[in-house]
Design a protein. Structure first.
Length: 98
């Protein structure tokens, strides 16, 4: 007797669907910053910017929408100044704690 293969169906997971409140966003970013992976931080900021409205965040940050999409993509590598502009445009503060 041959084995039958069971196919597992998967669906894409989109973090933006779970970023409804400021607390959701803060908790998400806090966890990402704790991980320490710069690419993950950039992608997470992209998730938050998409949840809040990428065009509005780009305008508030003084950046082009397309360049912001690219910088905050998983393949992006934004400058630290861009990261700070996005954090500020999101109405967030970056803190260091002991």
């Amino acid at each position: 007797m041959g084995k039958t293969k069971t196919k597992t169906k998967t669906i894409p997971w989109d973090a933006t669907e779970y970023l409804k409140t400021d607390a959701d966003i803060a908790n998400y970013l806090e966890a990402v910053f704790e991980d320490g992976d710069p690419a993950l931080v950039a992608a997470a900021l992209g998730d938050v910017a998409r949840a809040k409205g990428m065009s509005q965040i780009a305008q508030t940050a003084g950046l082009g929408r397309e360049s912001l999409y690219k910088a905050l993509s998983p393949e992006g590598n934004p400058e630290f100044a861009t990261v700070l502009k996005v954090i500020h445009a999101l109405g967030l503060n970056l803190k260091v704690a002991v």
